[in-house]
Design a protein around this ligand. Structure first.
Ligand code: ZN
Length: 131
């Protein structure tokens, strides 16, 4: 998932964190990122609680993102067949899987990045069509 240019504006990325998520800091905010960044900085007990919640069939919701004028995506984490899954529920009924695995911390990081990344890519595609 490493990228040297911003998924939203196409400018070169400088710092390690931006390169890892593929979006610069300003575009991250503009694409709806930021609200869940601190979700990863919790203790082991909180991670265990989240794992239990998910294994009991609950989902963790990580926001709604605008992709196009009439298309939004809600990002969630769920547990299915022994895997945690980061996925997006589209307002047109579609679904996108962003990552799955047995390590919730990794899947959670995927889920946090998924919404802003999809919004940033959609923004860039819209812009390219105009030009
Ligand atoms: Zn950018």
């Amino acid at each position: 998932m490493e990228s040297k240019e911003c998924a939203r504006c196409g400018r070169a990325l400088k710092d390690q964190k931006s390169i890892a998520r593929g979006i610069g800091p300003k575009c991250w905010k503009l694409a709806g990122g930021g609200a869940f960044d601190e979700d990863l900085d919790v203790g082991e007990l909180e991670w265990l609680i989240r794992e239990k919640q998910l294994q009991n069939g609950e989902e963790i919701s990580l926001g709604t993102y605008n992709l196009h004028d009439n298309l939004t995506m809600q990002v969630h984490i769920r547990y299915r067949e022994r895997f945690y899954e980061a996925y997006g529920r589209l307002s047109d009924g579609g679904e996108r899987i962003f990552g799955m695995g047995t390590d919730l911390k990794i899947v959670y990081a995927y889920a946090i990045a998924a919404g802003p990344t999809a919004a940033a890519e959609a923004y860039r595609m819209r812009k390219k069509k105009v030009i």
